[in-house]
Design a protein around this ligand. Structure first.
Ligand code: 13P
Length: 278
C-alpha cells in the first residue's frame, strides 16, 4: 500500500468522526509493532519520531526504516516528525520525504511562535508537506536543561488568529492533557475543545494520549479531535514485558516486548474508532 500523508488520513477521520493514532518510534521493534497492530486492526496509522528521541534513534537510520516499513504495509501509514524545536530537524524530515512535520513553538513567546510557524509553513507547503503547530502548551515534556514544561490552555480566539496568520495545517491543542504519566486524574476541558473547534477549521491534535480513559477518547473525538498522540503507554507495555521475561534469551525478550507494544497500539486503535477503516 502506498505511503499516505497525515493530511489524507486526518481528512477521512474528520469526515467520518473517528480518531487516528500517532505513535512515536525509536527502533525496528517499535515500528514493526505499530504497523503489525494497524494491519491486525485493519486501521490507518501515523508513525514517526520526535527531535528529543533522536538522541537515541539516529535520524539517518530511523527515517528510512519508517518510510520503508510504511510503504510495505497492508494498511495506510503516514510518517510524521513530532515535536521539533530546531528548523534544521524539520529540514531533515522534509528532505527525507516525511508527509508532515510538527514545529513546536509553544515554549517560545507568542510572536516568535507565529513568526517561525509561518516561515516553516511557507517552506513546507510548496513541497506538499503538512505542518502541525502548537498553541497554548501541553505540559510534561522536558527541555534540554531537564526542566518540565508547565501547562497553558489554548485560547480559542488566539487559535483562530494563529491559523490565519501562519497557515498551519493541523493544530495541537492544550485542553488538560499532559505528556507522560499523569500525577493526578486527568481532567479534560471538553467545553474549551468545542470552542476551539468552532474557531478553527483545521484538524485538531491531542497530545499526551497515554493514561486517558475510553470515555476521554469518546468525548475528545466527538468534540473535534482527529489525531491522538501516544508514546508512554507503549513504552510502559514494553518495559513490563521485558521485566517479566528476564530469564529468556535476548531475542525472546525483544520478541515479548514487541508483542506487548503491538497489543498496546492495537488497543488504542480500537478505542479511537479507526479499526476497520483501512
Ligand atoms: P504520551 O507520552 O503521554 O502518550 O504523549 C505522547 C505525545 O503526545 C507525543 O507527542
Amino acid at each position: 500500500m502506498a505511503l499516505y500523508t497525515m493530511k489524507e488520513l486526518l481528512a477521512d477521520a474528520r469526515k467520518k468522526g473517528y480518531g487516528i493514532g500517532f505513535f512515536n518510534t525509536v527502533n525496528l521493534e517499535m515500528v514493526r509493532a505499530c504497523i503489525r497492530a494497524a494491519e491486525e486492526a485493519n486501521s490507518p496509522i501515523i508513525i514517526g519520531t520526535a527531535e528529543a528521541l533522536l538522541e537515541y534513534a539516529d535520524f539517518d537510520w530511523v527515517a528510512p526504516l519508517m518510510l520503508e516499513q510504511a510503504r510495505n504495509a497492508r494498511v495506510p501509514v503516514a510518517v510524521h516528525l513530532d515535536h521539533s524545536y530546531q528548523v534544521e530537524t524539520i529540514l531533515r524530515a522534509l528532505r527525507a520525504g516525511f508527509g508532515s512535520v510538527m514545529y513546536d513553538g509553544s515554549r517560545s513567546d507568542h510572536r516568535d511562535n507565529v513568526r517561525v510557524s509561518g516561515e516553516i509553513v511557507r517552506v513546507a507547503k510548496p513541497m506538499g508537506v503538512g505542518v502541525e503547530c502548537e498553541l497554548g502548551r501541553v505540559g510534561g515534556l522536558s527541555d534540554e536543561t531537564g526542566r518540565e514544561d508547565s501547562m497553558v490552555y489554548t485560547d480559542p480566539l488566539e487559535a483562530r488568529d494563529f491559523i490565519e496568520a501562519t497557515g498551519a495545517d493541523f493544530l495541537a491543542v492544550s485542553i488538560g492533557t499532559v505528556h507522560g504519566v499523569y500525577k493526578s486524574e486527568p481532567r479534560l476541558d471538553i467545553g474549551l475543545l468545542e470552542k476551539i473547534r468552532e474557531a478553527v477549521d483545521v484538524p485538531l491534535v491531542l497530545h499526551g494520549g497515554s493514561g486517558l480513559s475510553e470515555e476521554d477518547f469518546k468525548k475528545t473525538i466527538a468534540g473535534g479531535i482527529s489525531k491522538i498522540n501516544v508514546f508512554t503507554d507503549v513504552i510502559l507495555a514494553a518495559r513490563a514485558a521485558l521485566l517479566e521475561s528476564k530469564d529468556l534469551s535476548y531475542i525472546d525478550m525483544c520478541r515479548r516486548a514487541e508483542e506487548a507494544m503491538q497489543d498496546a497500539v492495537r488497543a488504542k486503535l480500537t478505542l479511537f474508532g479507526s479499526a476497520g477503516r483501512a
